[in-house]
Design a protein around this ligand. Structure first.
Ligand code: ATP
Ligand code: MG
Length: 369
């Protein structure tokens, strides 16, 4: 390895920004590639602004990089493959191909005998009618591709006018998932290295509102149902010969776990690890890709929480300094539904964590319990 390897990141959002912030102390250098000139990773390093199909720009980008990784899973596979021919890349672009399509993703889980909720592929109005009937008109119609943060999803209920909906969304490729009556949502964050060794962060419990993650609490209590979660994540990571951080989102139901989806990258439910774990998910993703020893994934202080700021940066950020509460501002413009920053809370015990989270919620003016 060079003394100062340069790591390229396809996508220049907050995940790229936080990867760099945790990579700089290790002597790494960063170049980001994003089609938007105000991509927030540009605040902390060189940003190349070009479309993902601009081969001249990609060639130049790849030349600068010893290693390349991604900030989000919807980078075109052809872009990742083009770069992979010119630089080392992790995880392998074939992982993107699977994770970009909700149908191939679910088929992967089924192929591993990992339980998923009932779903139907929908390509036409008649398939939508059939599928909606099969799930008793209680579910979620999701675009197979390019969905994130609940975007590209439509709630189906008894009241939904399917004809009107199909016309409004103008057709396309979808899956219809049955609405899952879950007790809680959890995620498993695993770092896998090229030797196939898996290092797990403590299980995370996640709360969403309108399809967007709002809070994460760690460690989640491991119940009878959730004890299989780590094994499922390991099977998926092994099957994909994965290198880096992989996150598996799951629903815990009375009948056991159901896998929701994977994220082939660092993940919002792992942001707490910056202060809450001995080694953050960002550092470990880079360590895995550069074949360095993986850092300790245990809690730094016993308990941690993450609260997202969605839409706008709270005024209180920066003005207040509380022990155990940390502010992360991504430097993005405020916009409804946009993740613009987050707070991490760390505490020695569950009671203290609760007190601090309630205090934080009060500061933020939100109603987190
Ligand atoms: P993200 O990128 O934030 O993970 P996404 O757009 O990929 O979101 P999903 O993870 O599929 O979307 O869904 C977002 C949230 O919507 C889930 O975390 C869950 O709270 C709810 N949801 C999605 N599908 C279902 C379902 N079949 N039954 C019940 N709730 C669901
Ligand atoms: Mg999700």
């Amino acid at each position: 390895m060079n003394n100062f390897p340069t790591i390229g990141i396809l996508g220049g959002g907050q995940l790229a920004q936080m990867l760099a912030l945790d990579g700089y102390p290790l002597g790494f250098r960063f170049v980001f590639f994003d089609p938007t000139a105000d991509a927030c990773a540009g605040l902390v390093g060189e940003l190349m602004v070009a479309d993902y199909d601009n081969e001249i720009a990609l060639e130049e980008f790849a030349k600068k990089c010893d290693y390349v990784t991604y900030d989000f899973e919807n980078i075109p596979v052809s872009t990742a493959e083009f770069v992979a021919k010119r630089s080392q890349i992790f995880p392998h672009p074939k992982v993107l191909e699977i994770a970009q399509d909700r149908l191939t993703e679910k088929l992967l889980f089924q192929g591993l005998d990992i339980p998923v909720g009932e779903f139907y592929a929908v390509e036409s109005y008649s398939e939508l009618v059939f599928a909606a009937k099969s799930i008793e008109n209680d579910g979620f119609l999701k675009t197979r591709r390019l969905g994130y943060d609940g975007k590209g999803q439509y709630r189906i209920t008894q009241q939904t006018d399917l004809k009107e909906l199909w016309k409004r969304i103008d057709g396309g490729s979808f899956i219809l998932e049955k609405g899952i009556d879950f007790q809680r949502e959890i995620s498993v964050i695993v770092t896998r290295n090229s030797q196939g060794e898996c290092y797990f962060y403590p299980m995370c419990e996640n709360k969403h509102k309108n399809g967007i993650l709002t809070t994460t609490l760690v460690p989640a209590k491991v119940s009878k149902a959730s004890e299989k979660a780590y094994a499922y994540a390991k099977e998926i990571a092994n099957k994909l010969s994965y290198v880096g951080v992989l996150v598996v989102e799951m629903f815990e139901t009375q009948q056991g776990l159901l896998i929701n989806e994977i994220a082939p990258r660092v993940h919002n439910s792992g942001h707490w690890s910056i202060e809450g774990a001995v080694t953050s998910q960002f550092e470990n993703h880079l360590r895995a890709g550069l074949e360095l020893e993986i850092g300790d994934t245990s809690m730094s202080q016993g308990f941690s929480a993450m609260v997202n700021w969605i839409g706008e940066i709270p005024n209180v950020a920066l003005h207040t300094k509380e022990k155990g509460i940390h502010w992360h501002i991504y430097g993005k413009e405020d916009r409804p539904g946009r993740k613009v920053g987050h707070s991490t809370v760390v505490a020695d015990n569950a009671q203290e964590l609760h007190t601090k989270v309630v205090k934080l919620a009060k500061l933020l003016g939100s109603n987190i319990k």
